[in-house]
Design a protein around this ligand. Structure first.
Ligand SMILES: [Zn+2]
Length: 823
C-alpha cells in the first residue's frame, strides 16, 4: 500500500522516532528470515499511529510491555493505539525474502551455489524487513545485528563492533531515514584501504573476487579523489564514519547512497573488456553516490516532492566532481550527449512534470518521478543556476544549507533561502520558471541580424531566461574546425533576443548555439550551420562541441524534422573519425534505435547495413585493444547481417588484431546470431555450459527470448507476464530480448497480447521490477496505427495501474512521433 503525503504529514506530527534495534537471523530457512525489532519513539499521549510492517508470522509483539494482538498487523501496516509519551515496541517476527530487488533480496549465484542477501528498503519497502515509520522525515538511529552462517561476512551502515559465534553486531548509526538503512551479506570478498582518516572497503560476491582485485586500485583512487574534492567544496566533512562500497547482484538501480555502505549493481565489476566510457560512467556513479552523503543522507528531503534535491544535486555534483577530480575530465561531454537526451525525452512525454513538483501525492507517484527530469534536467538546471549566480555564491549557499539542516530534513524553500542570501539575487522568478514548470523550450539561432528565437510547446507557454554560449568556429588551413570565440549571452524570456556581439564578428563556418552546453533547451542551428553539419562535424576539434551538435542532430531526427536516412549518411561519414568513445557508443545506439523505429520494413535492411558499415570503417581505423575498437565491434555486431563473419569471430577466425573475444563479447555475438536465426537453443545451452556465471545466466535468458520460433516466444512471454520464480534481473533480460525488428511477423500476435496481459503482470510484480518489465516488453518496434489503437483502449480503462499507465502513455507518444516521421 503506498504511503500518502497527508498520512506522512499527520504521522510526523504525532510521532518522534528515536531508534531501531534490529536483529536479523538469516540462518533459518530459504524462504524466510527472523527479525526481532525494538522501536523506541515519543508520541502524543493517547494518540494512535501505524508502522509499515509485512510479516509472514508474528511470534510476539508488545507495546510498553503490554501484548499487541497479531491482528493489529494487517494490509502491510501495524496499527497501534493508546500511545504513551515514550514508547517501546518489541516485535519478533518471521519475514519473507524477496527476489525483486526490494526488501531483503536473496540471490543464489549459479557459479558456485553461494547465497547472498542485500537490503533495499527504498521507496517504502521498510515493512518487508522490520516494523518502521517508513518516511524520509522520520529519521532515527539504526543499531543492527545479524546472525549469519559461519562462513559469511556482513556489512551494514554502521561500523562493525564484533563478529563472534556467527553474530555480527554494528554500532548505532547517526539519525538516518528508513530508506537509507541497508546491509549486504554472504561469503563476501572484501578489500580494504584508508584515506584521510576514513576507513574504506570494497565488497563483492566470491565469484567476482579476482575481478574486484584487478580494479580495486582504480576504485579506491577515484573514491579518494572524490572525497578530497568534496572536502574542498564543503565545510562539513564526510559525516558517516567509514566509506564502504559494495557491489550486489540483481540490484535495481545503478547504485544507492546508503550512508556508510553504498551499494552498486555488480555489473560494474568487470569480468570482460570494457570501454573507457564505461569506466567513466562507473566513476561518475561513485561521485554521484558520494554527493548524496551530503545531499540526501545528511540533509534529506522532507517528502518525495523534493526528490530533485537529492537526485539533481547528486547528478550535477557527480558529473562535476568526476570531471574536476578524476582522470575522466570529459564527464560533461557525456552529460551533454547522453544524460541530457534522457532528460529531454522525459520532459517531452505526456507524463512530464516540473523538476520540483509542488506536491507528490504518494510513494507510487514518487517512484515514477525517478526519471530523466529529476536527474538530468534537474542537473542541467543547476548548471544553469551556477552560470546565473556564480560558483562562489552557489557553494556558499550549499554550505549554509548543510549547516542549518544537518541530520535533518529540508525543502526547496530552505535551499532557495540559502542561495538567495549567498548570491544576493532574488531567485523566486528563476525557480518558478525553471523548477516549478514542466517541459522544454526550443532555442533557434538566426543570423543577420544574429538572434535567438525561443518557442514553447503547446500547452506549456512558459519562456525562460537562458545564460548561453554561442560558439563561432572556423575552418583552419589543415582542415580542422576550431573555435574562434564563444559569445556569452543572456537570452531573455522573450520570443526573440538580438545578439549584437555575434554580428560584430566576421562570418563563421559554424555558429554553435549552446556552445559549452550551459543551458537546457532543444537546440536548432541557423540554416547555413545546419547545412554545414555533415562537413563540419567530422572536423570539429572540441569534443563537447561535437556532442552538442550530435545531440541537436539526433533530436531533430526524433522530431521528424530530418529524415533518418540523412542521419545514417552522417553516421557513415562522421563516425569513423570520431575519437570520443562515448559519442561513438551513443550515436551507434541512438541510430540503431531510430533505424528500427523510423525506417520502414522496406528501407530498414539497407539502413542497418550502412550503420554496420560505419562501425566497420571505425573498427578498421581503431587502435588495437582500445576502447574505440571495442565500441566499434559492439556496434558492428549489433547491426550486421553477416552471420558467417560473426561465427568466424566466435571460432577465433578473422578477429581484428587486439580485439578480445571474451565472455561478454561472445554472448553479444551469439545473441546477434540467435536474432538472425543463425544459432539455436543448443548453441545457447552450450555457451551457458561454458560460462556458468551470473552474467552467463542473464545472457542465456535474453538469448532464449530472442530465438525466432513460436515455441521460444511463447515460453519467453509466459516468463515475462506470469513467472514469479524468476528474479527481477532475469525477467528484465527476458523482456529485453523479446522484440526485434528482424522478427516482426513472428511476434505480431504479442502486440495485442501486451495490452491485454500487462495489467495482470502488474499485479504479480511490484515496484521497480514491474515498471521495468512493462517498459522492456512494450511493442515499440511495431510502429503501426493499430498498436496505438490498442494503447488508446487500454488507457481508457479507469482501473489501470498508475505505473503501467505512465509506461503506455509515454511509449505511445514515442510511437506517435515515429509514425509522423515515417509518413
Ligand atoms: Zn542518486
Amino acid at each position: 500500500m503506498p504511503l500518502t503525503r497527508s498520512e506522512a504529514t499527520a504521522r510526523a506530527a504525532i510521532v518522534d522516532v528515536h531508534s531501531y534495534e534490529v536483529h536479523l537471523d538469516v540462518t533459518a530457512a530459504e524462504e524466510t528470515f527472523g527479525a526481532r525489532t525494538v522501536v523506541r519513539f515519543g508520541a502524543r499521549p493517547g494518540a494512535s499511529t501505524f508502522l509499515e510492517f509485512e510479516p509472514v508470522r508474528i511470534q510476539s509483539m508488545t507495546l510498553n510491555g503490554a501484548r499487541v494482538p497479531a491482528e493489529a498487523a494487517t494490509g502491510g501496516r501495524l496499527e497501534l493505539t493508546g500511545l504513551a509519551e515514550e514508547n517501546e515496541l518489541v516485535v519478533a517476527a518471521t519475514m519473507r525474502y524477496s527476489n525483486d530487488g526490494e526488501g531483503l533480496h536473496r540471490y543464489t549465484d549459479p557459479a558456485d551455489g553461494n547465497v547472498y542477501l542485500y537490503q533495499h528498503l527504498f521507496i517504502n519497502n521498510g515493512g518487508r524487513v522490520l516494523p518502521c515509520f517508513d518516511q524520509p522525515d522520520m529519521k532515527a538511529s539504526f543499531q543492527v545485528a545479524v546472525t549469519a552462517p559461519a562462513d559469511w561476512k556482513v556489512a551494514a551502515n554502521g561500523e562493525l563492533i564484533s563478529a563472534a559465534d556467527g553474530v555480527w553486531r554494528f554500532a548505532p548509526t547517526k539519525p538516518i531515514s528508513t530508506y537509507l538503512a541497508s546491509l549486504f551479506a554472504g561469503p563476501l570478498h572484501v578489500v580494504t584501504d584508508e584515506h584521510d582518516g576514513i576507513p574504506l572497503a570494497l565488497y563483492v560476491r566470491a565469484a567476482l573476487a579476482a575481478d574486484l582485485d584487478r580494479d580495486a586500485e582504480e576504485l579506491f583512487t577515484i573514491t579518494k579523489q572524490c572525497l578530497d574534492r568534496y572536502h574542498e567544496m564543503f565545510d562539513i566533512r564526510y559525516p558517516f564514519g567509514h566509506y564502504q562500497q559494495a557491489f550486489a547482484p540483481e540490484f535495481n538501480f545503478g547504485a544507492m547512497e546508503y550512508p556508510g555502505l553504498v551499494v552498486f549493481r555488480d555489473e560494474m565489476i568487470y569480468r570482460s573488456a570494457v570501454t573507457e566510457s564505461q569506466r567513466e560512467s562507473r566513476a561518475n556513479v561513485i561521485a554521484h553516490e558520494m554527493a548524496h552523503m551530503w545531499f540526501g543522507d545528511l540533509v534529506t528531503m522532507a517528502w518525495w516532492d523534493d526528490l530533485w534535491l537529492n537526485e539533481s544535486f547528486a547528478e550535477y555534483l557527480g558529473t562535476r566532481v568526476a570531471a574536476e577530480a578524476t582522470r575522466f575530465t570529459g564527464a560533461w561531454t557525456t552529460f551533454a550527449m547522453q544524460r541530457k537526451a534522457w532528460g529531454l525525452r522525459a520532459d517531452q512525454h505526456p507524463s512530464t512534470h516540473p523538476v520540483a513538483p509542488i506536491e507528490v501525492a504518494d510513494t507510487d507517484q514518487a517512484l515514477l518521478n525517478f526519471d530523466g527530469i529529476s536527474y538530468a534536467k534537474g542537473a542541467a538546471t543547476l548548471k544553469q543556476l551556477v552560470a546565473f549566480v556564480g560558483d562562489e555564491a552557489f557553494l556558499a549557499g550549499l554550505n549554509d544549507h548543510f549547516a542549518a539542516h544537518a541530520y535533518g530534513n529540508a525543502t526547496l524553500a530552505d535551499l532557495l533561502a540559502a542561495l538567495t542570501k549567498s548570491s544576493g539575487r532574488d531567485l523566486a522568478g528563476w525557480s518558478d520558471v525553471w523548477l516549478r514548470r514542466a517541459q522544454v523550450n526550443t532555442l533557434r539561432m538566426s543570423l543577420s541580424p544574429a538572434a535567438v528565437e525561443q518557442t514553447a510547446p503547446e500547452g506549456y507557454p512558459t519562456l525562460r531566461p537562458h545564460k548561453i554560449g554561442i560558439g563561432l568556429f572556423d575552418r583552419a588551413p589543415d582542415g580542422s574546425v576550431n573555435r574562434r570565440t564563444t559569445v556569452l549571452a543572456e537570452v531573455d524570456a522573450e520570443p526573440r533576443t538580438l545578439i549584437p556581439a555575434v554580428d560584430g564578428e566576421p562570418a563563421a563556418d559554424l555558429v554553435l548555439l549552446n556552445d559549452g552546453d550551459l543551458t537546457y533547451a532543444k537546440i536548432r542551428l541557423d540554416d547555413a550551420s545546419t547545412a554545414a553539419v555533415s562537413t563540419v562535424l567530422p572536423l570539429l576539434s572540441d569534443s563537447l562541441a561535437r556532442a552538442v551538435l550530435w545531440a541537436a542532430t539526433l533530436d531533430a531526427v526524433v522530431d521528424g524534422e530530418r529524415p533518418v536516412a540523412e542521419l545514417v549518411t552522417l553516421v557513415l561519414t562522421a563516425l569513423p573519425v570520431e575519437s570520443e568513445v562515448v559519442i561513438v557508443e551513443d550515436v551507434l545506439r541512438a541510430t540503431r534505435s531510430l533505424v528500427d523505429r523510423y525506417s520502414t520494413r522496406e528501407t530498414r535492411p539497407a539502413a542497418l547495413e550502412l550503420v554496420a558499415q560505419a562501425a566497420d570503417r571505425l573498427l578498421a581505423v581503431s587502435e588495437p585493444g582500445g576502447s574505440r575498437q571495442l565500441a566499434a565491434a559492439r556496434g558492428l555486431i549489433g547491426a550486421t547481417a553477416q552471420t558467417g563473419r560473426l561465427r568466424g569471430w566466435l571460432a577465433g577466425e578473422g578477429v581484428p588484431e587486439g580485439l578480445a573475444i571474451d565472455d561478454d563479447l561472445r554472448w553479444l555475438i551469439l545473441y546477434r546470431l540467435v536474432v538472425l536465426g543463425a544459432a539455436d537453443l543448443d548453441g545457447i545451452d552450450a555457451e551457458y555450459a561454458r560460462d556458468r556465471s551470473a552474467t552467463g545466466a542473464q545472457w542465456a535468458a535474453r538469448c532464449r527470448a530472442a530465438v525466432p520460433s513460436a515455441e521460444a516466444k511463447a515460453a519467453a512471454w509466459q516468463s515475462i507476464v506470469a513467472d514469479t520464480t524468476l528474479s527481477n534481473r532475469l525477467v528484465e533480460m527476458t523482456a529485453s530480448g523479446f522484440w526485434h525488428s528482424e522478427q516482426l511477423d513472428l511476434v505480431a500476435p504479442y502486440v495485442s497480447r501486451y495490452f491485454a496481459e500487462m495489467p495482470a503482470m502488474m499485479r504479480v510484480r511490484s515496484g521497480m521490477s514491474a515498471e521495468k518489465t512493462a517498459k522492456y516488453a512494450y511493442p515499440e518496434l511495431s510502429v503501426d496505427p493499430e498498436t496505438r489503437r490498442y494503447a488508446a483502449e487500454l488507457l481508457a480503462r479507469e482501473d489501470l495501474d498508475p505505473i503501467l499507465r505512465r509506461v503506455v502513455q509515454d511509449s505511445d507518444d514515442d510511437m506517435r512521433r515515429a509514425l509522423q516521421a515515417r509518413f
